[in-house]
Design a protein around this ligand. Structure first.
Ligand code: FRU
Length: 547
């Protein structure tokens, strides 16, 4: 009997050792390491070591059985070396890890069932906030909060993609990896034309990223620089540059937004600290001085100047946080003084939107990209970026307000199009039937209510536009047109595989949501509302950005 117990304990231990923890070594000869993932397996720590030195460490759900999907790791920096990969969890999957010159699943890349076709998504893993939005030497850079190893949030890196036109993106290797100070949380980027930080090389100005390093204990602000257009990064040896946990008695100090303040010849950093946004200034991006604080904002600060109705002599500053609710005011380089209450210009899935810096004066636009909190069911990636939009300030009857419309570059995706005028809703519904099986469309329409208190447009039972003139709401959010007696509403609707974005009345208000047809609903497009008139209806088939 005793023997049997000892035997069983021995077997369990052996199993334990076999199932839990293990390592393999690989001599790196190829570009990528392909790793199987299963959402059924628990997260555990995976470590890469070369020559006894720890190189990387991250949480991953290494698939012990059949993988749900594969993720990959760029091996460029390990070429020719032997890496020891150890895993603290169920290590059965270690033997399935392999190196290759292509990523697992390459053949179906960008053609997956639920892959957005005209919005940026990462090849693999989770994305949230856009970071470091900067235009430099003909490229729009899109860095972003990225977990390369799973379709859920964890292991924050800065992912990286570039575009020449804001529409077609090329994903590059990760820009910033977690380090001793923590994982890489949100931040921004600048070009240091005057070499204030001393990182420039000859006539190459450094691109400098200012980001938060997040650890269980605190969040500190750090800088890193790149001399090759954001492809490779060197972290500043004396990071962090701001550590303000003690001052605020709070762990919430993050998401630095930095820009050059020309009138004062200095850098400005807006940081979310505990209960609002703080302003810091610096001459060199390394030493920062606290200047002021304004309460009532949460995460991901933005602060920028815009002309009102395009008049360069009449400008205001706009401040917002991650939710996008904004204040309009004045800024003297050290203090933001609000002149308005808080307003919203957008709602729905958008979060943590940021705007581009270093846009050439000849362009002069304030271009924004927001994170679309959109699920991508069953995909090896999750989340997405919403369409880039142009922000403007305009005088309205209520005062100055922020407007938001898709950048004109989206038009380059237009395929076949049709336009109609003055339609009865039944006729419009009939004409729209031909588009019901299209995955990617832009629909621009103006419709007029006269007998109806509410009216709208559905797609397969999902409400794309629901305008309630009685309660003054568009899709459940208060909305009053600038012409208060207007009976008309205009909607510019972008329908992609898994998302819908709608811009109302020339960008006075916008919203985004998951595309969710009601199960079994065969209705297709459907204008509804008593006796409404569809004044105009334009439909564009949208081409894929991945071709
Ligand atoms: C906003 C946010 C930021 C933070 C990042 C972490 O979505 O919570 O405040 O830096 O995401 O991924």
């Amino acid at each position: 009997m005793r023997k049997r117990i000892v035997f069983i304990i021995g077997l369990t231990l052996a199993n334990h050792i076999f199932l839990f923890a293990g390592d393999i070594s690989i001599k790196v000869t190829k570009k990528y390491l392909n790793i199987p993932v299963s959402q059924q397996d628990k997260r555990a720590l995976m470590r890469f070591e070369t020559g006894g030195v720890q190189e990387r460490e991250f949480q991953i759900r290494l698939a012990s059985g059949i993988p749900d999907y594969w993720v990959f790791c760029d091996l460029a920096s390990f070429k020719g070396k032997t890496i020891k990969i150890s895993y603290e969890g169920n290590s059965e999957g270690l033997s399935k890890i392999y190196q290759d010159d292509v990523i697992a699943g390459k053949d179906s890349l960008y053609k997956e069932r639920n892959r957005p076709q005209f919005h940026f998504t990462s090849r693999r893993g989770w994305n949230n906030d856009p970071n470091g939005l900067i235009f430099y030497e003909g490229e729009y850079h899109l860095f972003y909060q990225h977990n390369p190893y799973e379709r859920e949030w964890e292991n924050m890196h800065w992912g990286h993609a570039v575009s020449k036109d804001l529409i077609r993106w090329e994903e590059l290797p990760e820009a910033l990896y977690p380090d001793k100070l923590g994982t890489m949380f949100s931040g921004s980027a600048v070009i240091d034309y005057n070499n204030t930080a001393g990182f420039n090389k000859g006539n190459i100005p450094a691109m400098i990223a200012i980001y938060t390093a997040d650890s269980p204990d605190k969040q500190v602000q750090c800088i890193a620089y790149s001399l090759d257009k954001g492809r490779t990064w060197e972290k500043y040896a004396r990071n962090p540059v701001i550590d303000s946990k003690a001052k605020w008695n709070s762990k919430d100090t993050r998401d630095p937004k930095v820009f050059w303040y020309k009138p004062g010849n200095h850098w400005v950093l807006v940081l979310n600290e505990r209960d609002g946004h703080s302003i810091y200034t610096s001459d060199n991006l390394k030493e920062w001085h606290f200047e002021s604080h304004i309460t009532g904002f949460w995460e991901c600060p933005e602060l920028f100047e815009l002309s009102v109705d395009g008049d360069k002599n009449d400008t205001r500053w706009v401040m917002y946080g991650a939710s996008g609710t904004y204040m309009i005011g004045r800024f003297d380089g050290k203090t933001f003084t609000p002149e308005s209450g808080k307003y919203n210009y957008t709602a729905g899935s958008i979060y943590a939107a940021q705007t581009y810096t270093n846009i050439p004066d000849t362009d002069g636009r304030r271009i924004q990209i927001g994170w679309g909190r959109i699920q991508q069911p069953g995909m090896p990636f999750n989340g997405m970026m919403l369409l880039p939009t142009e922000l403007t300030l305009r005088n309205t009857k209520e005062g100055i307000r922020l407007f938001n419309v898709p950048v004109r570059e989206v038009e380059m995706l237009h395929g076949t199009s049709v336009q109609w005028k003055s339609l009865a809703p039944e006729k419009a519904n009939e004409l729209l039937k031909q588009f019901c099986s299209d995955d990617c469309l832009r629909i621009r329409t103006t419709f007029k209510l006269s007998h109806a208190t509410d009216a709208g447009l559905n797609l397969s039972g999902q409400s794309l536009v629901n305008y309630d003139m009685n309660f003054n709401q568009v899709n459940g959010v208060f909305y009053s047109p600038d012409d208060r007696t207007s009976m008309e509403i205009t909607a510019d609707i972008f329908i992609d595989k898994t998302s819908v974005e709608v811009f109302i009345d020339g960008g006075a208000y916008s919203y985004s949501m998951e595309r969710k047809p009601r199960p079994g609903n065969k209705e297709g497009f459907h204008f509804w509302g008593n006796n409404i008139e569809v004044n105009s209806l334009e439909v564009y088939q949208m081409n894929s950005i991945w071709k």
